[in-house]
Design a binder for this molecule. Structure first.
Ligand SMILES: *[C@@H]1O[C@H](CO)[C@@H](O)[C@H](O)[C@H]1NC(C)=O
Ligand SMILES: *[C@@H]1O[C@H](CO)[C@@H](O)[C@H](O)[C@H]1NC(C)=O
Ligand SMILES: *[C@@H]1O[C@H](CO)[C@@H](O)[C@H](O)[C@H]1NC(C)=O
Ligand SMILES: *[C@@H]1O[C@H](CO)[C@@H](O)[C@H](O)[C@H]1NC(C)=O
Ligand SMILES: *[C@@H]1O[C@H](CO)[C@@H](O)[C@H](O)[C@H]1NC(C)=O
Ligand SMILES: *[C@@H]1O[C@H](CO)[C@@H](O)[C@H](O)[C@H]1NC(C)=O
Ligand SMILES: *[C@@H]1O[C@H](CO)[C@@H](O)[C@H](O)[C@H]1NC(C)=O
Ligand SMILES: *[C@@H]1O[C@H](CO)[C@@H](O)[C@H](O)[C@H]1NC(C)=O
Ligand SMILES: *[C@@H]1O[C@H](CO)[C@@H](O)[C@H](O)[C@H]1NC(C)=O
Ligand SMILES: *[C@@H]1O[C@H](CO)[C@@H](O)[C@H](O)[C@H]1NC(C)=O
Length: 410
């Protein structure tokens, strides 16, 4: 009994040590982030007084001191279909936007970088999907009625964006969904400063090379009480020699996202695995604005397919007629017997989109310590206990021998 309490006392400083090591080591590679809103846009196109608040483009430059003179540029915009473009460039590369061409019917090559980036890729949200799930299967393919609402038909306002020393660089875009409805769609992008976890469920890992994409569907009106929503997205890659791949795999660690063991990676390969890009997400969504485990529902995902056409947006403005690979994927929100979208009138989902190799979930040091202490303590007890018993037995034997000796002598 005494041994037990002793080992319990050991665990606490041990864990404390583990947590502090993790805290110190987990906070490395901070990057500098700078943001500009509609860079270089002439007054007659972008002035808010002319009333078109739909022209929203944010250019983010992420300087990583550990990145051997390379920078990562993100362009976030809701012009056309909402999208994010990543460019991996040499230091002091500049973005150039021909605004008149950009908002025209033929925006090809109106966004350029000088000098040309080494590698670029993009993620675009193309359609909001609504489907009537009469038999409550939560799957798209067993739906009687599917509606695809193109995102490029929606008018977006940039409600807010932050660019301060302390902040991570985040921008929120919202749109009124359709007409005569009360709903709204909120889309947020944020670029993290350092390698850490996003501070909301499902606590995805954001590295100094990636950014987060959040979608929230508030109070959308539905065509049926059995409606569910989904998202069609497209991925584009400047390196066309290697096909892009989609992978869903089990990650044993659910420390940050309890009960969810699946991770999804979309790999857009570059010349080398380390200079490609990726989109990573957990197949879960949240049905309450305050993200909580109790409101965590499944996300269904579907085939990753090669596509040929990309709706207008910053990606078509950048790539123009360039030879690119386009892939598409659908996901839908919700699971069987969850009461459909109308149950809470809310759904939110998060993914990360970044340059390089997708981060791999590893068991954290604290968990490894807990496991080793948990497994180790009984082993230590067994060994010491065994030695103790052995010594005791030897002693007994010895004393018995002694007494026998004594007996013989006397
Ligand atoms: C505002 O700009 C968007 C995107 O270019 C365009 O679709 C829309 O028609 C414009 N609205 C007005 C009032 O000019
Ligand atoms: C990608 O990585 C490979 C191998 O490390 C290297 O040869 C190539 O130059 C890199 N390409 C770019 C565009 O950085
Ligand atoms: C829908 O897809 C799932 C899995 O891909 C399959 O098991 C099911 O049979 C399909 N249902 C219909 C109606 O096609
Ligand atoms: C729903 O289930 C019923 C009964 O099983 C079936 O007849 C019907 O075809 C299903 N509807 C769809 C869209 O799969
Ligand atoms: C964006 O929206 C989220 C959620 O509504 C909010 O917490 C955040 O403060 C907003 N960000 C900005 C820059 O307004
Ligand atoms: C919008 O909200 C009002 C008041 O809450 C409600 O009466 C109306 O039915 C809603 N409209 C739609 C299309 O949901
Ligand atoms: C970010 O990209 C650079 C350049 O390839 C690489 O050296 C670095 O390890 C990456 N950082 C992370 C956290 O992935
Ligand atoms: C959604 O509707 C609820 C109830 O009417 C309201 O409290 C909430 O503010 C609405 N959310 C948004 C984002 O409009
Ligand atoms: C949806 O549910 C509401 C509340 O239960 C009900 O009033 C309404 O008639 C239903 N609508 C349809 C189309 O079934
Ligand atoms: C998404 O689903 C819709 C409806 O089933 C389909 O028309 C579309 O081709 C799908 N998109 C992709 C990329 O699979």
């Amino acid at each position: 009994m005494e041994n037990r309490t002793n080992s319990a006392q050991w665990i606490i400083p041990f864990l404390f040590l583990a947590c502090s090591i993790q805290f110190v080591c987990g906070k490395q590679s901070t990057r500098q982030i700078s943001m500009e809103y509609n860079p270089g846009c002439p007054k007659e196109i972008c002035s808010t007084s002319t009333g078109n608040t739909s022209i929203n483009l944010i250019h983010v430059m992420a300087k990583n001191p550990y990145n051997n003179g390379h920078d990562i540029h993100y362009v976030w915009s809701t012009i056309g279909s909402p999208a994010v473009l990543i460019a991996y460039t040499v230091k002091s590369t500049e973005i150039k936007i021909d605004w008149a061409k950009f908002i025209s019917d033929n925006p090809a090559n109106s966004i350029t970088f000088d000098p040309e980036p080494f590698y670029t890729s993009g993620m675009q949200l193309t359609h909001l999907i609504e489907f009537v799930d009469v038999n409550d299967t939560a799957r798209l393919n067993s739906s009687a009625e599917i509606h695809m609402y193109p995102f490029h038909d929606m008018l977006w306002d940039s409600t807010s964006w932050v660019n301060s020393e302390k902040s991570d660089g985040r921008v929120n875009f919202t749109t009124e969904y359709g007409t005569n409805t009360n709903g709204s769609i909120l889309l947020s992008f944020d670029a993290g400063k350092s390698k850490e976890r996003i501070s909301r469920l499902p606590f995805l890992m954001i590295t100094s090379n990636s950014s987060a994409v959040d979608l929230a569907l508030h109070n959308l009106s539905t065509i049926s009480n059995h409606s569910r929503f989904g998202l069609e997205m497209m991925f584009v890659n400047s390196y066309t020699q290697k096909p892009s791949k989609f992978k869903s795999y089990r990650s044993i660690d659910d420390e940050y996202c309890p009960a969810v063991f699946t991770m999804i990676d979309v790999n857009l390969y570059g010349e080398d695995a380390s200079n490609g890009s990726y989109c990573q997400f957990r197949p879960v969504c949240y049905v309450n604005p305050h993200r909580a485990l109790s409101g965590q529902k499944e996300v269904q995902y579907y085939e990753f397919v090669q596509a040929s056409i990309l709706p207008h947006g910053i990606l078509t403005a950048f790539y123009g007629e360039q030879d690119i690979n386009i892939y598409g994927m659908n996901i839908t929100f919700g699971q069987k017997k969850d009461g459909f979208y109308v149950a809470t009138q809310f759904t939110s989902w998060t993914s990360t989109f970044g340059f390089g190799i997708p981060p791999v979930e590893k068991l954290s040091l604290a968990i490894i310590m807990i496991i080793s202490v948990g497994l180790g303590a009984p082993v230590v007890l067994l060994i010491f206990g065994g030695i103790g018993v052995f010594i005791k037995a030897r002693r007994k034997q010895y004393s018995r021998l002694e007494s026998v000796k004594q007996d013989i002598i006397t």
